[in-house]
Ligand binder design. Structure first.
Ligand SMILES: NC(=O)C1=CN([C@@H]2O[C@H](COP(=O)(O)OP(=O)(O)OC[C@H]3O[C@@H](n4cnc5c(N)ncnc54)[C@H](OP(=O)(O)O)[C@@H]3O)[C@@H](O)[C@H]2O)[C@@H](O)CC1
Ligand SMILES: Nc1ncnc2c1ncn2[C@@H]1O[C@H](COP(=O)(O)OP(=O)(O)O)[C@@H](O)[C@H]1O
Ligand SMILES: [K+]
Length: 524
């Protein structure tokens, strides 16, 4: 599903009115009615409802919702946090309708806003219609106090379009924000609902298309989408291991055994056919016990136990017999090894995954990617992205989507910016926000498993872009299945790896359910 910025949703809004003849009034009516429907499905008609309406169209939606709930016989009160004189004509019209329907309306100002703390707990349901995509600055004064009263109420909170206080483009909290149980968002989901902390404040998100024409819903001018799964390529009977990809992992060092094992074995666990690990000879005997299915290519090592530069020609030869190459997990930062990595990246004439220390090394000279003729994907966590861009981690965390898109475009490479709701960006300027995964995956080695998963998806036959997307999707799905089975705390990278087969099985046998469980539900 497409995911819109506030500017894009305003453009769609404008075109819905000007090109498709759908009036703002119809859109507002459909929006308010959608929120009412969710409440009628979720609460009971005996419940009492407080609608907290703000100064703009978001408030207008709330007024429409109030009218629909009242017409179902619910006991609804409207608290208007706005100067009625400054309301737009359409919102005023809906305020008049509310008054004419004898729905009590109380004006909230600095003088009486603290009363909200006392009255809101008595309502079963609170509709948060203060602000939506029109939020332009941090909440202060009466608005801030209203939000805090909503959050302190203990009632069921339903946010209109976006939790008030959440920035619809970045997901950051603007001063304060409503913590919603549900958010009904209109037209298309907003970016700020899918990036943290916005994703956490939104609660369960439901989309209502409010009669937008399909062509607007699927408009290619919108470059961000949820990372919805694609059905896997079939495994034909008459095939052999080579048909499911030959992967080469250039990884590991005396210090880091786990990373190379996790990456090279996860490739097989995700369905890949033939996994080769080129690593320092001193750790091969140990790895062979843990990962007997992986074929080992022993490399000469430096005095610090990392891969020596002397292996350059041998490694290039190995890449010629591979379909996809991954470089970096646990490779270390020894200068000689760094020199080898910087020499290899432009000379590997295969699709390439660069991860872990490989990224820290790449940060020394990202221009080496520009000569590559084959697709590249880099898989940084925010720390590695900070080294690649020179931006502080905090800034990256606040602008994950923007940073991923900028770097993808600048480096001509796919970017997987890892974290809660990983962002995938393409060199062509598209981005996908991944919805699988859980905090149990914040565990050492989890990123190494992702490298294998991406390579595995390419091995089983997805195109490169699809393999990057599906690698992230199944990695998160495996993490979710693992968490379901053993909980989040004890979940380790090996658990994620061991649930990759189950994730693939679920994807093949229960695709519809997996799809629905990991995409945004449309409210009908
Ligand atoms: N797009 C669609 O398809 C549809 C959209 N619809 C609805 O419209 C909503 C967008 O409406 P909107 O543009 O009127 O803005 P909204 O969020 O109501 O804010 C109101 C005003 O508040 C102000 N303001 C801003 N920040 C502030 C602050 N911190 N503290 C105080 N004031 C602040 C700012 O005015 P300013 O003060 O900046 O002049 C702003 O104009 C959208 O979320 C959806 O619910 C539906 O009707 C269905 C169709
Ligand atoms: N809170 C979270 N929710 C969902 N996924 C997460 C969360 N924290 C981490 N992950 C995932 O776990 C992996 C962590 O990778 P990384 O940071 O490279 O760990 P390591 O370097 O230890 O392998 C990434 O795929 C990331 O998306
Ligand atoms: K809102």
């Amino acid at each position: 599903m497409k995911v819109a910025s506030s500017n894009e949703i305003r453009l769609l809004d404008k075109e819905a009115v000007e090109k498709y003849g759908i009036s703002h009034e119809i859109l507002m009516e459909n929006a308010g009615a959608a929120v009412a429907r969710l409440i009628l499905h979720t609460a009971s008609e005996e419940d009492t409802v407080a609608v907290i309406a703000g100064p703009g169209n978001n408030g207008g939606d709330g007024l429409v919702c109030a009218r629909h709930l009242a017409s179902h016989g619910m006991d609804v009160h409207v608290y208007l946090v706005a100067d009625p004189e400054r309301l737009s004509e359409l919102v005023k019209k809906n305020l008049d309708r509310v008054a004419l329907a004898n729905i009590p309306v109380e004006k909230v100002t600095e003088k009486n806003v603290e009363e909200l703390q006392d009255v809101l707990p008595f309502y079963d349901v609170i509709v948060d219609a203060l602000f939506g995509t029109g939020l332009t600055r941090p909440l202060e004064g009466v608005y801030k106090e209203a939000v805090e009263a909503i959050n302190d109420s203990g009632s069921l909170v339903v946010s209109v379009d976006i939790p008030s206080g959440i920035n619809s483009d970045t997901g950051e909290v603007m001063g304060t924000a409503v913590k919603a149980d549900f958010t009904v968002t209109f037209g298309l989901p907003k970016i700020g609902l899918l990036l943290y902390p916005g994703a956490e404040y939104a609660g369960e998100i439901l989309v209502s298309h409010i009669s937008y024409p399909r062509s607007l819903i699927e408009d290619d001018r919108i470059k961000v989408e949820t990372n919805d799964p694609l059905y896997p390529p079939p495994r034909q009977p008459d095939t052999h291991k080579g048909d499911y990809g030959k992967a080469l992992f250039i990884a590991g060092s005396k210090r880091y055994y786990g990373a190379p094992m996790l990456a090279s074995r996860s490739f097989l666990k995700a369905g890949g056919g033939y996994s080769r690990l080129a690593t320092v000879s001193s750790i091969v005997p140990f790895l062979a016990i843990r990962a007997p299915e992986v074929v080992y290519e022993e490399l000469e090592e430096t005095s610090s136990g990392t891969i020596s530069y002397r292996n350059l020609e041998k490694i290039l030869k190995l890449t010629e017999a591979s379909d996809i190459v991954a470089i970096g997990p646990g490779i270390g930062l020894d200068d000689e090894t760094a020199r080898l990595v910087l020499e290899l990246i432009p000379r590997i004439n295969k699709p390439l995954i660069i991860d872990g220390d490989g990224l820290t090394i790449l940060a020394r000279d990202t221009t080496i990617l520009s000569t590559r003729k084959y697709p590249t994907v880099i898989t940084p966590h925010p720390g590695e992205m900070s080294r690649l861009t020179g931006k502080p981690i905090e800034e990256i965390k606040k602008s994950r989507l923007k940073t991923a898109l900028e770097v993808a475009q600048k480096l001509g490479s796919y970017v997987v910016l890892k974290g809660a709701h990983t962002v995938i960006a393409t060199p062509e300027g598209k981005a996908y926000i991944n919805l699988t995964g859980n905090p149990g995956m914040a565990t050492a080695g989890s990123g190494d498993v992702l490298v294998g998963a991406i390579a595995g998806m390419y091995g089983i036959g997805y195109g490169f872009e699809e393999a990057v997307r599906m690698g992230v999707f199944v990695h998160g799905l495996a993490g979710d299945l693992a968490a379901e089975s053993i909980g989040m705390d004890g979940l380790t990278a090996v658990s994620i790896m061991n649930f990759l087969p189950r994730a693939m099985k679920e994807l093949r046998e229960n695709f519809e359910r997996i799809y629905n469980e990991n995409s945004l539900p449309v409210l009908v």
